[in-house]
Write a protein that binds this ligand. Structure first.
Ligand SMILES: Nc1ncnc2c1ncn2[C@@H]1O[C@H](COP(=O)(O)OP(=O)(O)OP(=O)(O)O)[C@@H](O)[C@H]1O
Ligand SMILES: [Mg+2]
Length: 401
């Protein structure tokens, strides 16, 4: 059943944004948009989602209902997205119905499928690890002979938080990884050469329709089990490398003609070379620090870019910042135990996404702290993050949700 949308009752003349998806990214986008007088509605399959805390949510039983729902609302200025899982055909249908979709279907077609994405980046002359589409285990063996082990086997579409990835140390590991990633069920996979990186970096980029671009400071990201654990800004690298990373990120987003805010993930190898790992066609976890640490956050700049408004400054307002993710450790209630203790730590900016249930590795919130050095910011953010735990199942009311 489709719930009615609250826009009909609002008289505000501000721009109207429809966000495809209702997770924490939609929530933070809606918060930034509301500050500028915009009205936001998130489209989601479930009313029990983080965006529902801050904006109306249109519940869809199927994404196929997207075009009908949005076109029934009267004025909608821009449709944007908070994840890359909505099919290209739906974005194309939205555009065909006369709606402004940003980033648009053409950009998403170049990014959604990681194999197409890597091909686009390679064709633009940008450095990416060697990669190839694979249809059989024998093809994996052929690439291993060329590139050596380990290899990374990845799902071409719908991967996130490492859920579509497997590192293969030998052909013996390929069969089970192939099955786990859905290769046996016909899911399209590809392989990449393993990049022996010293560090992982990321750059948020916001691009306007006319091509004007701002790049945020290069950050260091630390992944545990393929999931981002924390981010340190700015990255502790030379000014020359930071400049190179920013230029690569800018060129990558130009190559997909992106409009809005994008995340660019990079590897820095021991020889000091940079490789692009992947692009995210949306605001990104490695840019959450920008809410408190930059003059204009990744979320506000996304709203500005998709509405055609001038972009804000991406410069940091403190010498350093760190963001630590609050990841679920077990299945259970989404209640944040220890929140009060965390809030008592001076300078810790705590974000709780409001998910009713917690699961191992699920992103439940994050903490950002500023500091005079990256080390100081990180230890402050970590101290607050350590106080908070989800899934303890002691809050009966929350558990029943
Ligand atoms: N070719 C590679 N060589 C070495 N490590 C890799 C490679 N590809 C991915 N990884 C590791 O796995 C992590 C997750 O990979 P990737 O970014 O492709 O997956 P994802 O599921 O889209 O992740 P996320 O949603 O967290 O961005 C990377 O940050 C990196 O630590
Ligand atoms: Mg990634």
């Amino acid at each position: 059943m489709v719930k009615s949308c609250a826009w009909g009752q609002l008289a505000s003349p501000g721009p109207r944004l429809a966000v495809l998806g209702g997770g924490q990214l939609a929530k933070m986008l809606a918060q930034a948009a509301a500050r500028l007088g915009c009205q936001v509605v998130a489209l989601e399959k479930n009313l029990d989602c983080p965006a529902a805390l801050v904006c109306p949510v249109q519940v869809l039983t199927d994404w196929e209902q997207t075009v009908g729902a949005i076109t029934s609302w009267g004025r909608v200025d821009v449709v944007t997205l908070e994840n890359e899982f909505v099919a290209d055909s739906i974005l194309a249908d939205l555009e065909a119905s006369g709606l402004q979709v940003r980033p648009g279907a053409a950009t998403l077609r170049r990014i959604r499928d990681k194999f197409v994405q890597k091909t686009t980046l390679a064709q633009a002359g940008l450095p990416v690890p060697a990669f190839a589409a694979v249809q059989t285990l024998e093809e994996i063996a052929v690439h291993a002979r060329e590139w050596g082990w380990p290899l990374v086997l990845k799902a071409r579409c719908h991967g996130y938080d490492g859920k579509g990835n497997a590192t293969l140390r030998s052909l013996d590991e390929a069969g089970s990884a192939w099955a786990r990633l859905g290769g046996s069920a016909g899911r399209s996979l590809y392989v990449e050469a393993f990049c022996r990186f010293d560090r992982e970096l990321a750059v948020m980029v916001t691009r306007e329709r006319d091509g004007n671009i701002v790049t945020y400071p290069v950050v260091e990201t630390v992944q545990t089990n393929h999931v981002c654990h924390h981010v340190v800004a700015p990255a502790r690298i030379s000014a020359t490398l930071a400049q190179q990373a920013a230029e690569l990120a800018r060129a990558a987003i130009e190559s997909v003609q992106g409009v809005g805010t994008f995340g660019v993930e990079l590897f820095l190898d021991p020889e000091g070379r940079l490789w692009i790992n992947e692009l995210a066609p949306r605001v990104h976890n490695t840019g959450h620090y920008t809410i408190e640490a930059c003059e204009c956050s990744q979320f506000e700049n996304h709203v500005r870019a998709v509405l055609g408004w001038p972009l804000g400054s991406p410069h940091m307002v403190a010498p350093a910042a760190a963001m630590v993710n609050l990841l679920g450790q077990r299945s259970g209630s989404g209640h944040a135990h220890g929140l009060e203790k965390a809030l008592a730590i001076p300078g810790a900016h705590v974000h709780i996404y409001g998910k009713s249930r917690c699961a191992p590795g699920r992103k439940m919130g994050h903490v950002t702290a500023l500091g005079t050095t990256p080390e100081e910011a990180l230890s402050r953010a970590e101290a607050a993050a350590r106080c908070i735990e989800f899934g303890l199942n002691t809050d009966t009311e929350t558990d029943q949700q």
